[in-house]
Design a protein around this ligand. Structure first.
Ligand SMILES: [Zn+2]
Length: 397
């Protein structure tokens, strides 16, 4: 399903031809400005309510036109706003935009993918892909990964004093998000707070993300957002591995956190900026050109921007931030949980302690011998058991 606004007639024709030739159906969504579309193509008119609230009606119309379930469809738009409310619905969402940078205000509601080349849209039918760090941290079994390729996105974060380019490998879903139980990356980030078992995987992901820096050859140092003084410096070992591999300075000891500032959890954006102000200190003997600053999750950017400010203050000319994932706003009204067939308890995504494999199990699976599910089977149940049901649709608005 393609929102027509902003697509050129050439792009529309290209998508129509390639996707139809693949034996797939394409539906064009007409918005306010009517756009000419190829003859005999399927079309849906966006209503006033769709525009104001949710594209649910559009998805339902598409389901009637095609006989497909929503999770078998991909919704494509050049306008991030059109996808914002759809990212929580059981449909794939793709933002198409040649600009490599996403708007800072939009990073908390990211679609399933952000593509910048029109040829990549039909490719989605041929291969399994997603954001780079999400794909790379998804293991279908002990050794078999989901895929090795994926997309990386960039954005600029700002505070009153600093602007920082951030490159992210994917999205992070917190425990309250409906996608938390399907995201191996999010579970792995959670696990890495107290364990080193994910270090090697995260090192590999960061190594690939670094290569997406435009002038990567000028990078001469790397550091991380430091942990509070009383906490374990969990990113330092990864910084060390990266500095050795890339032959650049390890600046972990040059940036430190001075105080045990209060946790950010439950703080609003503005409060977070106040909370971290002047909490870090940097020191440097010789001036450096370009330094990479890594962190696991980006939420508001308060800590990263504050660290970047300190690095600039000691003479570092340019700082680029790299993160594994950007925190996504939770959707309290969505529930994608699946239940244990034996005890009826909720199934959770569980990471194996000894290797990288992941599976679904209930809280009691060891005690009561409840069956476990493979990652693929669990994901499949999560998708097929939580769909938009046309029969139960409330036609009243
Ligand atoms: Zn059970």
């Amino acid at each position: 399903m393609v929102y027509l606004d902003a697509f050129s007639y050439q792009e529309i024709n290209y998508l129509n031809e390639t996707i139809t030739n693949m034996g797939k159906q394409i539906i064009f969504i007409q918005t306010e400005a009517r756009v000419e579309v190829p003859k005999n193509s399927l079309q849906i008119q966006e209503t006033f309510q769709d525009r104001l609230f949710s594209p649910q009606k559009i998805i339902e119309s598409a389901m009637r036109l095609t006989d497909l379930a929503s999770y078998q469809m991909i919704l494509v738009s050049k306008d991030h706003l059109k996808l914002k409310s759809a990212v929580h619905l059981p449909i794939s969402t793709v933002l198409f935009n040649e600009n490599p940078h996403i708007q800072y205000n939009d990073i908390g509601n990211l679609p399933d993918l952000k593509l910048g080349n029109i040829q990549e849209i039909p490719e989605l039918f041929k291969k399994t892909t997603g954001y780079f760090s999400e794909v790379l941290s998804t293991y279908l079994s002990q050794t078999r990964k989901w895929s090795e390729s994926g997309y990386i996105f960039k954005f600029f974060a700002h505070s009153e004093t600093t602007s920082l380019e951030i490159i992210s490998g994917g999205r992070y879903f917190g425990p309250k998000h409906s996608l938390y139980e399907s995201s191996q990356l999010s579970k792995r980030i959670g696990k890495s707070k107290n364990a080193t078992s994910q270090d090697n995987l995260f090192y590999k992901i960061f190594l690939s993300i670094i290569k997406n820096i435009n002038d990567v050859q000028n990078v001469d140092g790397i550091t991380r957002v430091p942990s509070r003084p009383e906490k374990k410096d969990r990113l330092a070992p990864i910084v060390n591995l990266l500095s050795k591999k890339l032959g650049i300075s390890d600046l972990s000891s040059n940036l430190s956190c001075k105080h045990n500032y209060p946790p950010h959890k439950n703080l609003k954006k503005e409060q977070r900026f106040i909370n971290v102000k002047d909490q870090f200190s940097a020191s440097l003997h010789n001036s450096l050109e370009h330094v990479v600053l890594i962190d696991d999750v980006f939420t508001t950017g308060a800590t990263m921007l504050e660290c970047a400010k300190e690095l600039h203050n000691v003479g570092i000319k340019k700082v680029t931030g790299l993160v594994l994932g950007v925190n996504q706003f939770a959707d309290e009204f969505m529930d994608r949980s699946i239940l244990c067939e034996k005890c009826g308890g909720k199934l959770h995504l569980i990471l194996n302690n000894k290797n990288y494999s992941a599976f679904y199990g209930c809280a009691e699976y060891q005690k009561h011998g409840c069956p476990t599910l493979s990652y693929g089977d669990g994901l499949n149940r999560m998708v097929t058991e939580n769909l938009i049901d046309l029969v139960n649709t409330n036609e009243e608005f």
